[in-house]
Design a protein around this ligand. Structure first.
Ligand SMILES: [Fe+2]
Length: 303
């Protein structure tokens, strides 16, 4: 068995650690079950996150890798962006990634777009987005570890998000076959081939594991359920593990959370597995009022 980079003997999810793993497993499943009843944390003033609110966000993110929240919606886009950056700052997220679609305050507005740099990209369409974690095509030194998704305007129909703490996906795989974990922690488990970006630059191929430990020993996940433009390591167990995971996500896990974010609602998260359903199919042309703000970081929430 190879020793995946960053997985130390003290990691509770290290493949060889049985008693520690059993404890960790039980706690993660219990947290995920409880989280279904937690709802949206009310934030009184997003520009001044209180100590109590901050502690609750951190508690939830520590327990399940995400926290749903809400504050009074504001039609002023600039003010909303300001609120989101201040919230992120209060949660020690550091500097946001530089994204080619980033607008004011380095925040990306996810909305239906015909802009040349966005046309043809699913996030800027009304289409569903399959299970993934963000930035799975990034180089290893630009791993997305945390992000905020915030609703400015919701769709008339659809546009729901599903969320699954990736530690639960890890547990399901390990319960099925511990060797799946070894396969998916292999440094060459998943390759996203190089791609020519709309601005003409070439993004190099991204090669790496699905599951890994970050510099602080937290479990991270790099994943897409898409089947085009993705190469799994040429190994029967890797293919089997990838199929099991894909089937699990398609079938639905009882610990998944599903929500249609309303204006003013959002989710802080440590880059968990998530989807988006298709929306506004009846709108004519390529129109929808739906607007989601997204800002991504190389830090975890509260790191
Ligand atoms: Fe995403």
């Amino acid at each position: 068995m190879h020793k995946p980079l960053g997985i130390t003997g003290i990691s509770p999810f290290a493949p060889a650690n049985s008693p520690e793993y059993q404890q960790w497993r039980a706690a993660r499943l219990e947290n995920a079950e409880k989280a279904a009843g937690w709802g949206f944390l009310q934030i009184r003033d997003p520009k001044n996150l209180s100590a109590e609110e901050r502690a609750e966000v951190l508690r939830r993110c520590d327990a399940t890798n995400f926290a749903l929240y809400q504050f009074t919606p504001n039609d002023d886009e600039s003010d909303t962006r300001d609120s989101l950056r201040r919230l992120a700052d209060a949660l020690n997220l550091g500097l946001p990634e530089g994204h080619r679609s980033a607008g004011e305050k380095a925040i990306v507005a996810l909305t239906v777009s015909e802009a040349p740099s966005q046309r043809g990209y699913i996030p800027y369409s009304r289409k569903a987005i399959n299970w993934h974690t963000d930035g799975y095509y990034n180089p290893p030194d630009q791993e997305i570890r945390g992000f905020l998704l915030h609703c400015g305007r919701d769709a008339t129909t659809g546009g729901r998000n599903q969320i699954l703490d990736h530690t639960v996906a890890y547990i399901r795989l390990r319960d099925e076959n511990p060797a799946y974990i070894d396969a998916l922690m292999h440094p060459q488990a998943m390759t996203i081939p190089a791609n020519v970006e709309p601005d003409g630059t070439t993004r190099p191929a991204s090669v790496g594991p699905v599951f890994a430990a970050d510099r602080d020993g937290n479990l991270t996940m790099r994943y897409t359920a898409r089947t085009r433009s993705i190469e799994w390591r040429d190994d029967p167990l890797t293919r089997e593990a990838a199929t099991f995971l894909r089937d699990l996500l398609m079938a639905g896990d009882p610990l998944m959370i599903e929500a249609k974010l309303k204006p003013g609602q959002g989710v802080f998260n440590n880059n968990v597995l998530h989807t988006r359903t298709a929306f506004d199919p009846d709108e004519t042309g390529n129109h929808s009022r739906r607007l989601m703000y997204r800002v991504r970081y190389f830090n975890r929430i509260g790191s």
